[in-house]
Design a protein around this ligand. Sequence first.
Ligand code: FAD
Length: 381
Amino acid sequence: MSKKIVILGGGTGGLIVANKLRKLAKVNDVLLVDKEKNHLFNPSLLWVMTGWRTKNQIQKPLSRLQRKGIKFVNTLVENIDFKNQIIVTPDGDMPYDYLVIALGASTFPERMEGFSESAYNVFDLVGVEEIRDAVEDFDKGRIVVLVSSMPFKCPAAPYEAALLLSAHFTKKKRKNVEIEMVTPETIPMAVAGEEIGNMVVSLLQSRGISFKPQHQTTHIDPTKKKITFSDEKTLSYDLLIGVPPHGPPEFLKDSPIVEEKGWVKVNPRTMETDLENVYALGDVTSIILPDGKPLPKAGVFAHYQADVVAHNILAKMKNKSDKKEFTGKGSCFIELGDGRAGYASGNFYTEPTPKVNLKKPSRWWHWQKVLFEKVWFWKWF
Ligand SMILES: Cc1cc2nc3c(=O)[nH]c(=O)nc-3n(C[C@H](O)[C@H](O)[C@H](O)COP(=O)(O)OP(=O)(O)OC[C@H]3O[C@@H](n4cnc5c(N)ncnc54)[C@H](O)[C@@H]3O)c2cc1C
């Protein structure tokens, strides 16, 4: 009997699950739900900031998946009635037999006093276009790249933003622009280990970008252009580029599948939740590593976890017991802005700590990222 598989979220993970289910099983009832009309390829957001991409080049309409037999519903998920297996939306209820929650981490600029009025949001399509325009004529003063709070998606992204901006000003020979990178983290990408963190700090320093770790912002004053931290120290800026506070979807707050902070609890290998036939993957989940740190929120993990979820749903539907497992492997590019990129890769599930190494920055890795972007749209749309 045909089953209804509903995938919530057409971002990195949801897009792949939908494709894999179509391809592997020719299942007819695959429904993908997203509040946005377009899939956004986040790794290229910073290239919009540098002017190397337009916003249209890094998005594709999710409705194109209908050609592959994947039904796309463009609506907001307001709630999930787990007991009756129903998705609640303003356009009506949708029943499911199997559910994949791939809703990502939401951003909440309003949760940081003064953020929306003061900062350009570097994690948002509108924000990166605004930054592109704002830095065009900026020739003197202090730019602060601010991580407002933890956790946030893509541990490398704010550092890439600072490096890309620095390369922009070097190219334009604007010597009177100062860049500061401010974050609550102890070192960049701490989960990947001290060696990687120190390498990123060296990269920042080699560009003259000052690094201020362990700075927890409490509020921002848009009139005085001043950031206040938890120790009551302040920092002034001329241009503020910020990573907004992140959080899980609010409607999941009181549901039976979340941990105390509202992220979805999953089996870290099979991506099963505590409820039968309900899976979750990617940024919406909470996975604690053997060293007690959370698995970073990154597309590469959502990608591999999506493979696992698609396989395990199909196995279950066919009453097969061969479950696929997520191994904890992951990698990411780190753009430097001068035509080169670094490449960090490893396994985050190794004990006692993740084993990650960083390849020497080179043009090769930059071009690998360009190729990855092309293949992404070709393969999944
Ligand atoms: C600037 C930037 C650069 C990045 N670069 C990289 C990189 O180089 N490598 C890497 O691995 N990761 C990178 N990431 C992180 C990566 O994009 C995310 O970790 C990844 O997209 C997570 O995938 P996901 O499927 O869990 O969620 P998402 O891709 O965020 O998808 C969630 C989807 O759910 C939809 N949604 C949310 N709530 C609702 C609702 N209530 N109703 C309906 N739809 C809803 C959203 O519209 C979205 O389409 C970057 C992120 C940013 C911001």
